[in-house]
Design a binder for this molecule. Structure first.
Ligand code: NAP
Length: 299
């Protein structure tokens, strides 16, 4: 029996559809199918974006399945971003630098790995806030995986300075050691250091890349900066996307600063992936709208 895929509201048969999806271990809350399927539908591309949850020992086989003619490729998320890096045939320059991939593109059986966490983050800054990072002073709160992607992008864009403020200072030291040639642009301090005000008040861009402010966490109602620590003429980007307006973003609004919601980082990594798979411009606003509606439906 041939299954008609109704999700698309286009009468494609399942066997005729291009396949694409996301690799990960725990994906029940993934938003990627929500906004990627909207993009495929909008561009009238007969593809279905699925969630592919499996354990580590299946990764190699799953990556090889992406070589099939009807496969566009995949997104890759935690904990497979570094492992999948070693399983593709080719890598783009940013992926090589950062040592991890979140996107695989199938080019006639040859697999190329990309990191659109980095490119999407920079693109969101430019397209949502018209912010050109070149020559700017940045304060980034956090030194985990999300901070790493943001910092790679910002270093490539030739920012003037980056201060990394983390709860565990050693982790920040370890992170910046990966940026061999550019050490002079970095400084490090604890997120709880009083000197953080001096730095935040001189920043052109402040990024929260910690999980502070995340819904259902013990820090749900916390912000690492108060309104009086945020200058009115800066851009504040909170990578946390649930809730859409975090306590830090509320404080930034109170200070008169421009804000960027974390949902944009998620959308733009997906936008860049979509464009790599299809060669078409992604319908950014439709993708964002659909993701927002999904959030609202969750209550
Ligand atoms: P991670 O690697 O686990 O890093 C977590 C970071 O948060 C570390 O810097 C950690 O500091 C800090 N942190 C955690 N609890 C803290 C607390 N109570 N006080 C101060 N700092 C605290 O996680 P990640 O992958 O970088 O993700 C960080 C956040 O970004 C998460 O909320 C995630 O959902 C979000 N995110 C969003 C996107 C997007 O597309 N918008 C993409 C990726 C991640 P220590 O080093 O001291 O532990």
């Amino acid at each position: 029996m041939i299954l008609t895929v109704k999700k698309f509201e286009i009468n494609y048969k399942r066997n005729d559809l291009y396949q694409v999806g996301i690799f990960g271990e725990k994906l029940s809350h993934s938003l990627s199918p929500v906004f990627q399927n909207v993009a495929f539908k909008y561009c009238q591309i007969p593809a279905l974006y699925e969630v592919w949850e499996f354990s580590k020992d299946e990764l190699h086989e799953r990556v090889n399945l992406l070589r099939k003619p009807n496969s566009l490729g995949a997104n890759v998320t935690i904990p497979y971003k570094e492992l999948a890096y070693d399983m593709v045939d080719d890598l783009d320059e940013t992926a090589k630098q950062i040592g991890a991939i979140n996107t695989i593109v199938n080019n006639s059986g040859k697999l190329k790995g990309y990191n659109t966490d980095v490119s999407g983050f920079i693109r969101s800054l430019k397209e949502i806030a018209s912010f050109d990072p070149t020559g700017k002073n940045v304060l980034i709160l956090g030194a985990g995986g999300a901070a790493r992607a943001a910092i790679f992008g910002l270093v490539n864009e030739k920012v003037n300075s980056i201060t990394v403020a983390n709860r565990t200072v050693d982790r920040a030291v370890k992170l910046i050691n990966d940026f061999g040639v550019d050490q002079e642009i970095f400084s490090i301090l604890s997120v709880y250091d009083e000197k953080i005000s001096e730095i935040s008040l001189r920043a052109d861009l402040i990024i929260n890349a910690t999980s502070v402010g995340m819904k259902h966490s013990s820090m749900e109602f916390e912000s690492l900066l108060s309104p009086d620590q945020i200058p009115a003429n800066c851009v504040v980007y909170d990578i946390v996307y649930n809730p859409l307006i975090t306590p830090l973003l509320k404080n930034a609004q109170e200070a008169g600063a421009e804000i960027i919601q974390g949902l944009w980082m998620l959308i733009f990594q997906g936008v860049d992936s979509f464009e790599l798979w299809t060669g078409k411009s992604a319908p950014v606003q439709n993708m964002y709208q659909k993701a927002m509606e999904h959030f609202k439906s969750l209550g």
